[in-house]
Ligand binder design. Structure first.
Ligand SMILES: [Zn+2]
Length: 252
């Protein structure tokens, strides 16, 4: 059966309120399982280790079937004095400075990943997925992700499974509401993408908390989720990886 994975990005104490609203609306649309991309210390000012009500809320969501995914540590990338114009274009213009793992060394990435896993250690289950902020993961940082035993990561245009040889090509639908022109470009692009991905094995829909605040974007997300659900199993990334492994001699 074909699959739909809905992921909710940037889940943290700073975004808990819109995240709750989004998950409630997704449930109304029949989406009961998502991948929740959690930031352990969003912008260095929202450590989940110091917020017990957020931890309880997240634990309840995980117990209800949502998948916890590690999504960077701070999410934000510290600007470097030595940044090239291409680095600046990628990390400042494309992501507004949010590409934390864009150029981390293996050692630094490993330290942040381990810290993140420790912070998520209160959850009733282990964390198997890592998604870099803005999908920007350096080759050196990817080594750390593999070494720590994560099952998979995702990129904008593919799901990268470490414990098997194959990647699954699938471009994620995702919106930008940072400026009005970006939002309207997103609407046109995602309408096109929804048509071109309609028959593929995997449809990925990536939602950000800020999408809820843009009426036209949120309306389109609801429409596309409802349409994509028809005839598809709605699962988390982890579950999708498990489904792929079924029948294979390699058990995840
Ligand atoms: Zn993010």
């Amino acid at each position: 059966m074909k699959s739909l994975v809905v992921s909710l990005h940037d889940v943290s104490p700073l975004t808990q309120s819109p995240c709750e609203n989004i998950l409630a609306q997704l449930e109304e649309l029949g989406v009961q399982q998502t991948s929740l991309l959690v930031i352990p210390n969003h912008h260095r000012r929202a450590p989940i280790t110091e917020n017990s009500s957020f931890r309880s809320w997240l634990a309840r969501k995980v117990e209800a079937g949502h998948e916890p995914v590690l999504h960077g540590y701070f999410h934000q990338r510290q600007r470097q004095k030595t940044d090239s114009w291409l680095s600046r274009l990628t990390t400042e213009t494309y992501t507004a400075g949010e590409g934390e793992f864009f150029d981390l060394s293996t050692e630094e990435a490993s330290s942040r990943l381990q810290r993140g896993l420790k912070d998520l250690g209160f959850l009733p289950r282990s964390v198997l997925g890592f998604v870099a902020p803005a999908w920007l993961l350096s080759a050196a940082a990817e080594i750390a992700v593999r070494e720590l035993g994560f099952w998979y990561t995702t990129r904008l245009s593919r799901l990268q499974i470490f414990r098997s040889s194959g990647d699954v090509r699938s471009r994620s639908l995702v919106w930008s509401t940072r400026a009005e022109w970006r939002a309207w470009t997103s609407l046109a692009w995602n309408r096109f993408l929804a048509i071109t991905t309609a028959r593929t094995r995997l449809i990925r829909i990536g939602i950000h908390p800020s999408d809820l605040g843009h009426a036209a974007v949120w309306r389109q997300i609801r429409q596309l989720v409802a349409a994509a659900r028809l005839g598809r199993e709605c699962v988390s990334y982890e579950k999708f990886v498990e489904i792929l492994s079924q029948g294979s001699p390699y058990r995840y």
